[in-house]
Ligand binder design. Structure first.
Ligand SMILES: Cc1ncc(COP(=O)(O)O)c(C=O)c1O
Length: 433
């Protein structure tokens, strides 16, 4: 198979027979919606879960349910083992060491954790050991115009709390990042650069090395939003050389309510906490508290043990299939979507052409509101996303307020993509446009 980029593929994509076997692990995909078999093309929002993930959660509740790190009894020890084993599994999945993975509710919380920790440092919390995280008036924080609101608003708020200035890398008319501006935008004033690995709207893949090289030159911290990359391609935080990376479990076959923050150990250990309370301290008196090193320093309160276990099960499931093979399959589906939709009359597909992308493609059926497109597709059993996909600035730059987005995962077939393209082809006629 050729890839979208036209280069011969180095990794063999999943075969159609393998995809069929994978699909059978997802009970929900057997559902009928509006009298027809469900075609789920909304994995960019949240993925479906294989049976082994919710069975793992059930098994935990039936056999080991207990609070971790606190009890001397057998169940507490078992629960702690499961919890910490899961940390090792998921850390390995992203190329990190286990003390460099902090559990959070989702990517949103992970990004807010960094933002609030840095403003606490800026208030003087953490003393001299956290002085390098201080940000103030005259400093700059850099984001990009393609960010999900989760990787934009926490930095707007950090700028507000510290007096720093927020700047951004703009896109061109196709939504491609204007890398040529990086050398001017990343300068001696830049303290932090936050950018997405994969656009949740366009499916485009960021050139991480260009950001990291420019940030390193001026000593700025790098924060990668891995929400749409970790589920869909091999991701190794050490090879990418970023300081932090946020991701969400529910987008990578895991349960809702669990996500992670990778951070270099030496950074996490020097940063002041975000949430405070039980389980993250060494000594407490009535006036002050001392904090455990990372990751416990950032895991205040009773943890999401079943969800952590479910996420580790999901990571192992993906690992067994092979992230490189999943990526190759989705690149193929993404190319089918982009090319198939682009050929339709009255349909505008967004995003640069001739590039490598994951299986995420946004489009507009000219003259029909995206919500109507979504409802029409739903009447044919096809689930897609409509709206601004939590990326209003990018939509504004593309000149639209909303789009319809189809997004694939490892359980989608070529037939799913063909069914979508055929259905989209009849939207305008249905609405009399
Ligand atoms: C690129 C990107 N970043 C961040 C998020 C936020 O993820 P969550 O809502 O799971 O925190 C999403 C979710 O759609 C996303 O696609």
């Amino acid at each position: 198979m050729q890839t979208v980029t036209g280069h011969p593929e180095t990794t063999e994509a999943l075969s159609q027979a393998e995809v069929a076997r994978i699909k059978a692990d997802f009970e929900i995909l057997e559902h009928q919606v509006n009298g027809t078999e469900l075609i789920y093309l909304d994995s960019g929002a949240t993925s479906q879960k294989p049976r082994c993930v919710y069975e793992a959660e059930q098994h935990y509740y039936e056999n080991a349910n207990s609070a971790v790190h606190r009890g001397a009894h057998t169940l507490a020890v078992e629960a702690t083992d499961i919890f910490e084993q899961a940390r090792e599994t998921v850390a390995k999945f992203i190329g990190a060491r286990s003390n460099e993975l902090v559990w959070t509710s989702n990517a949103t919380e992970a990004l807010n954790l960094i933002s609030y920790s840095l403003s606490n440092a800026s208030l003087g919390r953490g003393g001299e050991s956290s002085a390098r995280f201080r940000i103030g008036a005259g400093d700059e924080i850099l984001v990009t115009e393609i960010e999900h609101h989760a990787n934009l608003i926490p930095w707007q708020e950090l700028a507000f709390r510290t007096g720093a200035t927020l700047r951004y890398v703009p896109v061109d008319e196709h939504g491609a990042l204007r890398y040529e501006l990086l050398d001017e935008l990343i300068n001696e004033k830049t303290k932090l650069v936050a950018f997405t690995h994969v656009s949740n709207v366009l499916g485009t893949i960021t050139d991480v090395a260009r950001f990291v090289t420019a940030a390193r030159k001026v000593g700025a911290l790098t924060v990668l939003d891995g929400c749409q990359s970790v589920p869909h391609m091999p991701v190794d935080v050490k090879a990418l050389d970023v300081d932090f990376m946020a991701f969400s479990g529910h987008k990578m076959l895991g349960p809702t309510g669990i996500g992670g923050l990778y951070g270099r150990a030496e950074l996490l250990d020097a940063m002041p906490p975000f949430l405070t309370g039980g389980s993250m301290i060494t000594v407490v008196d009535m006036e002050h508290a001392e904090f455990l090193p990372s990751p416990q320093r950032f895991e205040a309160g009773t943890q999401r043990i079943a969800q952590v276990h479910g996420l580790a099960t999901a990571a192992s499931y993906l690992d067994e299939i092979g992230m490189d093979r999943i990526a190759a399959w989705e690149e193929h589906l993404g190319a089918m979507l982009f090319e198939g939709l682009s050929k339709l009359e009255g349909v505008r597909v967004f995003g640069p052409s001739g590039i490598k992308r994951i299986g995420t493609v946004p489009f507009e059926v000219i003259g029909v509101h995206p919500h109507d497109v979504g409802q029409f597709l739903d009447s044919r059993g096809i689930a897609v996303r409509v709206g601004h996909h939590c990326a209003q600035p990018l939509h504004r730059a593309l000149g639209v307020s909303a789009t319809t987005r189809a997004s694939t995962y490892l359980y989608n077939t070529e037939q799913d993509v063909t069914a979508l393209i055929e259905a989209v082809a009849s939207v305008r006629e249905y609405f009399g446009v």
